[in-house]
Design a protein around this ligand. Structure first.
Ligand code: AMP
Length: 218
């Protein structure tokens, strides 16, 4: 299965992509995760990307396209993948179509995660993550057993710098302006399915699984 998860920051794409990845044994490719890893490793690319990420802006297309091209071409992705947070612009989508065409394949489905804006802001502002093992928690919806401490590895949890209120607003604005055109782009290609992602993680997953190609949805 070759899937794209589309939707505003905070709609739960990453959480659901992790589940689909584990249950269907397909690698998840998250450009946000790849960029944060580059930032942590202080690579040249990471240092360039950080300037945009800290302001809630998109990293230039050429940078993220290079990251995705490296992954999609790897043997682990030959049987499929879940793209989380890519593409985010029409040029990225066009580039993805070309990459897949070169591998004589194409996307199976694009899932459009939809959540009301107030909920997105609540989800993003309560999100906390572990800087060591990257596990993600939420102060309200998925709190760790001990406040502020990672259940998995005991490290202190942090808030992503781009989950602070001003940056959240900027990211949502950027999403509206630069990423929502992809909804029509993929609808026009008959690849888009809408998902009401406003419920609890388990119930969203149940709805999502029914939309995936292996379940015979059209
Ligand atoms: P995410 O974890 O998907 O919310 O991404 C965090 C940040 O990484 C975004 O706010 C952007 O600055 C950057 N980023 C992630 N994916 C992309 C992409 N496909 N194109 C441009 N920038 C991206």
């Amino acid at each position: 299965m070759r899937l794209v998860f589309l939707g505003a920051p905070g709609v739960g794409k990453g959480t659901q992509a992790d589940r689909v990845s584990a249950n269907f044994n397909q690698p998840k490719i998250s450009t946000g995760d790849l960029l944060r890893e580059a930032v942590r490793n202080k690579t040249e690319l990471g240092q360039e990307a950080k300037r945009y990420m800290d302001q809630g802006q998109l990293v230039p297309d050429s940078v993220v396209i290079g990251l995705v091209r490296d992954r999609v071409g790897q043997p682990a992705c030959a049987r499929g993948f879940i793209l989380d947070g890519f593409p985010r612009t029409v040029p990225q989508a066009e580039e993805l179509a070309m990459m897949l065409h070169e591998c004589r394949t194409q996307l199976d489905r694009v899932v459009n995660f939809r959540v009301p804006r107030e909920q997105v802001v609540r989800r993003l502002s309560g999100r906390r993550s572990c800087p060591a093992c990257q596990t993600v928690f939420h102060v309200e919806f998925a709190p760790p057993a001990k406040s502020g401490v990672c259940d998995r590895c005991g490290q202190g949890l942090i808030q992503r710098s781009d989950d602070e209120p001003e940056t959240i607003e900027a990211r949502l604005r950027v999403y509206e302006e630069q990423t929502t055109p992809l909804v029509d782009y993929y609808r026009g290609k008959d690849l888009l399915v809408d998902l009401d992602a406003s419920g609890a993680v388990d119930s969203v997953y149940d709805k999502l699984a029914k939309l995936l190609p292996r379940h015979g949805a059209t």
